[in-house]
Design a protein around this ligand. Structure first.
Ligand code: NAI
Length: 257
């Protein structure tokens, strides 16, 4: 065995060994990471590495972090280094983004408190009401649950990462129908489960908007047709609300309805 690769210690009378660390650990032999506020470390792999070298360096780093009392160890693995996934012993997937995979390992013998990956998508629906005419903006979709069902529905969509709900709902309305509208307020919200990929939950916010323009220009890729529909014609929802859904309150309905 190459003596330089193992610690040299002092034996004692009880078959034990005491190792005294006299020099700083060779930084090139362990990964340098970014500390976080939860005694964790995030290592971002920036260079290609041989899998065996990676495993060796990771073992040395884990031993060092254990001594330092570190807890959650994160490895940000750009997709071009995906060959190292299997070499990351003791790590599990946390989440993946288009350009990287995040691995994590909880190293102390205490309860693992790593938060789960994002659990919900955030959807928005738009009640765009022209109070002068008593008409509501409705669409028929080319894909999704209501495809080919001849159902008129309120414009809906999904909020982008980092986008406010009030901006997302106005963007979706404009993208789908060409109508420029101002967000007024959230009327109700609903939570449903196993909504996306039969796994993620869905938080859906129904919002009131006031139109600033009235000429419809449909988005041909997603919308079959859009129109202004007299609110009196809206008889009942195509899907009955769940008992726990919060209902739209009446102040947005024109007085004669
Ligand atoms: N669409 C509807 O009839 C209703 C939608 N909602 C809510 O509105 C929000 C948004 O829903 P939607 O407007 O239906 O958007 P969606 O979630 O069905 O789709 C959003 C966008 O992603 C695309 N997309 C979704 N899954 C896809 C897949 N597997 N492959 C390829 N493209 C895919 C869609 O074509 C669309 O462009 C959600 O919170 C939903 O619960 C609520 C009631 C009815």
């Amino acid at each position: 065995m190459d003596a330089s690769q193992i610690f040299q210690g002092e034996p004692d009378n009880y078959d034990g060994v005491t190792v005294t660390i006299t020099e700083p650990m060779d930084a090139s032999k362990i990964f340098q990471g970014e500390p976080d506020n939860y005694d964790g470390v995030t290592v971002t792999i920036a260079e290609p590495m041989d899998a065996a070298v990676f495993t060796e360096k990771l073992r040395a780093s884990l031993s060092h972090w254990r001594q330092e009392g570190k807890k959650g160890i994160w490895i940000n693995l750009p997709i071009r280094f995906a060959n190292l996934v299997e070499a990351a012993e003791g790590f599990r997937y946390h989440h993946a983004e288009p350009d990287y995979l995040m691995l994590v390992s909880w190293i102390p013998n205490t309860r693992d408190t790593i938060p789960a990956n994002a659990s919900h998508v955030v959807g928005v629906g738009a009640l765009v009401l022209n109070k002068n005419t008593g008409e509501v903006l409705v669409v028929q979709e080319k894909s999704g649950y209501f495809r080919n069902k001849n159902v008129w529905k309120l414009p809906t969509g999904v909020v982008n990462e980092g986008e406010d709900i009030c901006d997302g709902v106005a963007r979706e309305v404009e993208e789908e129908t060409g109508i420029v509208a101002d967000f007024v307020e959230v009327l109700s919200f609903r939570q449903s489960h196993k909504a996306f990929l039969n796994k993620k939950s869905d938080l859906f916010f129904l919002c009131a908007l006031t139109p600033r323009s009235y000429e419809i220009i449909e988005q041909k890729s997603e919308i079959l047709e859009a129109k202004w529909m007299p609110i009196k014609k809206i008889r009942r929802p195509a899907i009955e609300p769940e008992p726990r859904d919060v209902q739209v309150h009446g102040k947005y309905l024109p007085e004669e309805v």
